[in-house]
Design a protein around this ligand. Structure first.
Ligand code: SF4
Length: 295
């Protein structure tokens, strides 16, 4: 039977990361110093082959949903409930709800109450700042909805953190491609998934502001619309919908030489170079060949 090794090594061009998969921590060492530690390492214990393969019963693991007036998810309860039913049918556990338009406290109550009773274990709310929601009632609503993992208001006139749950930040609502070293986490599911899959695009689903069904905000091809008959299970099984799911970092130029490749959730769209190799048009702001970050 496969067991979890307590530690795993990821060699990069210049640095090596020692993942402590049990404690969820990691240490980054320069390769020249790392060689001094090698006698204490049991190579069998550190092999990926000792690690159980990544598995999930979900057809879709995480979804980003734009709630807008154009796609009616902000205004029609029936539309939203149909979508939540469809997401439950594919065992989607993690939801990101994006709201870029003005909403009232009543709208937010309705949306969060609609989400109850489904299998969602975490809901992240990403919203543009709205003064009418800067109130105790909204904070209490978020506190009273256990599935809300975090709520971030963008384009806020101030920066504030309320109970490590509701954040007000001044930057624009968007999905940045910049990596930040303090955002990397070492954990077993991510490490396992990254061996053979792309941890960003794998089992992700996106509903855009018009209601089109896509793999992710960064991909343009759509696979039907929530305004026609749709079956998310059938969509999730299409080969073209899954095209980026198995593009692991091991197959991508530069990333294959990076020590962060088993903990990096990268939303840049890989481009196919040939049958087995992929590349990115935009460079990452980390260079594994020099070990330096650019912000
Ligand atoms: S080079 Fe690739 S794996 Fe390394 S931090 Fe950048 S995107 Fe992540």
């Amino acid at each position: 039977m496969n067991t979890f090794p307590s530690k795993a090594l990821v060699y990069g061009h210049r640095h090596t990361i020692v993942h402590n998969l049990v404690e969820g921590t990691y240490e980054r060492l320069e390769n020249e110093h790392f060689s001094d530690l090698m006698p204490t390492v049991n190579p069998k214990q550190l092999s990926d082959e000792n690690l159980a393969p990544w598995e999930t019963p979900s057809y879709i693991d995480n979804s980003i949903i734009e709630l807008s007036r154009a796609n009616q998810l902000l205004t029609k309860d029936q539309k939203l409930n149909e979508l939540f039913e469809a997401l439950q049918s594919v065992i989607c556990k993690n939801l990101v709800l994006v709201i870029r338009e003005p909403v009232t406290l009543t709208d937010m109550k309705r949306i969060l109450e609609s989400s109850e009773g489904y299998c969602f274990s975490s809901i992240t709310l990403l919203m543009t700042y709205d003064e009418s929601l800067y109130c105790n009632e909204f904070s209490q609503l978020v506190l009273d909805t256990p599935s809300v993992f975090t709520c971030v208001f963008y384009e806020s006139p101030f920066n504030k953190n309320f109970a490590d749950l509701i954040y007000f930040v001044d930057n624009e609502l968007g999905f940045t491609k910049l990596k930040k070293p303090f955002e990397f986490v070492a954990n077993i599911p991510l490490y396992q998934e990254a061996i053979h899959f792309n941890p960003y695009f794998n089992k992700k689903l996106y509903i855009d502001e018009q209601g089109y069904i896509r793999n992710a905000p960064e991909t343009s091809k759509h696979f039907g619309s929530i305004h026609a008959d749709y079956d998310l299970k059938e969509v999730s099984q299409q080969t073209s919908f899954q095209q980026l799911w198995t593009v692991s970092k091991e197959q991508c130029d530069v990333c294959k030489d990076c020590e962060y490749r088993r903990m990096c959730v990268d939303n840049r769209v890989p481009k196919r170079r040939d049958e087995r190799h992929w590349y990115f048009e935009d460079p990452c702001n980390y260079d594994p060949y020099t070990g330096e970050w650019q912000q």
